[in-house]
Design a protein around this ligand. Structure first.
Ligand SMILES: C[S@@+](CC[C@H](N)C(=O)[O-])C[C@H]1O[C@@H](n2cnc3c(N)ncnc32)[C@H](O)[C@@H]1O
Length: 206
């Protein structure tokens, strides 16, 4: 991680009120749609419908899945982003979504049938992502849907999808290895852009 957890949390709390309006790239929107679509498909195929959204931010994914799930837990390190997410849940009258402190490597969730994460894990280093994926496997989900900045080829430093001073995206190969080492099988790889994608991972023994 190129910044401490506290620095990332403060950085996001500072921009929380403007965050939703600032996420206007076609690739971010495509990623949100794909993550929600794959998570809905996983929820339709199951009787157990508890979702954990890690790095939930202002709740883009958690809130979109509220009506498809019995319960959604949104977890983040930024109080400001969590406050905004709670405000949106209240405005929409959603009771089955709760937001609280939780980090990738210590999600503060007991278990989840479907784990989702969008545009957040790229703050962790390669090794930290491995630890995060191990913590996700401990939640015993059937499906993990990861949308994020990830490299399909050699990254072009002039592209706008990550800031090298704060972000630390991995290659798709590294993520695939980390997932399979934790007992997941990749069932879909969606390339949104050369640096943005969605991976769907299922537990073989789940
Ligand atoms: C770019 S926002 C994405 C928010 C949301 N998932 C979305 O799709 O709009 C990244 C979020 O990840 C959170 N984050 C960064 N590092 C984290 C960590 N180690 N554990 C949990 N959340 C983290 C930040 O606080 C921020 O809210």
């Amino acid at each position: 991680m190129k910044r401490t957890i506290e620095e990332h949390a403060d950085r996001f709390s500072d921009i929380a009120s403007d965050y939703d309006d600032s996420q206007d790239s076609e690739e971010y929107r495509a990623c949100v749609s794909l993550v929600v679509e794959h998570a809905r498909e996983a929820l339709r195929a199951s009787d157990d419908r508890v979702v954990a959204d890690l790095g939930t931010g202002t709740g883009a994914i958690a809130l979109a899945l509220a009506e498809d799930a019995d319960r959604v837990a949104g977890r983040d390190i930024s109080d400001g982003m969590l406050a905004k997410a709670r405000e949106k849940a209240d405005e929409r009258g959603l009771d089955d979504v709760e937001f609280g402190e939780g980090r990738f490597r210590d999600p503060n969730v007991d278990a989840a049938d479907v784990v989702v994460s969008n545009f957040a894990m790229h703050h962790l280093s390669d090794e930290e992502k491995r630890e995060a994926i191990a913590a996700i496997a401990d939640l015993d989900p059937r499906t993990f849907v990861l949308g994020d900045v990830m490299f399909f080829g050699t990254p072009d430093p002039d592209e706008p999808f990550y800031s090298p001073e704060v972000d630390d995206p991995s290659t798709v190969g590294h993520l695939a290895d980390a997932l399979t080492d934790e007992g997941f099988a990749l069932t879909a790889v969606e390339r949104v852009h050369d640096q943005v994608g969605v991976l769907v991972a299922e537990r073989r023994d789940g």
